[in-house]
Design a binder for this molecule. Structure first.
Ligand SMILES: [Zn+2]
Length: 104
């Protein structure tokens, strides 16, 4: 299903991947440890999304993981949430905001 908005992907540097794998191995009780070298060779990225409030214009960048968990993509084309600032259910992805406001 095509997305109606963009997300921001930031690839981790080798150093960050190394840190992450080592951190995991240190606290992985009960799980298999990660092969640090193999992990560093993979493309790992953090994905985030910029959300903006249609009501007050409040803008924030959040982890896409959080958004995708609360969003049922079969029910709506894009996630909507409540604004931290004005408490209205008018927070949408920035691309959707621009489209609705006629900015693009
Ligand atoms: Zn707002």
């Amino acid at each position: 299903m095509p997305k109606h908005f963009n997300t921001i992907k930031r690839y981790l540097t080798n150093e960050e991947k190394c840190d992450r794998a080592e951190y995991f191995n240190e606290f992985c009780e009960g799980f298999e440890t990660v092969d640090v070298e193999a992990f560093v060779k993979k493309d790992i990225f953090d994905e985030s999304i910029v959300l903006k409030c249609l009501n007050c214009g409040f803008q924030e960048e959040v982890d896409y993981d959080i958004i995708s968990e609360m969003w049922n993509e079969f029910e709506s084309d894009y996630p909507e949430s409540y604004c931290m600032k004005c408490n209205k259910p008018d927070v949408v992805p920035l691309d959707v905001y621009n489209r609705i406001k006629g900015l693009k």
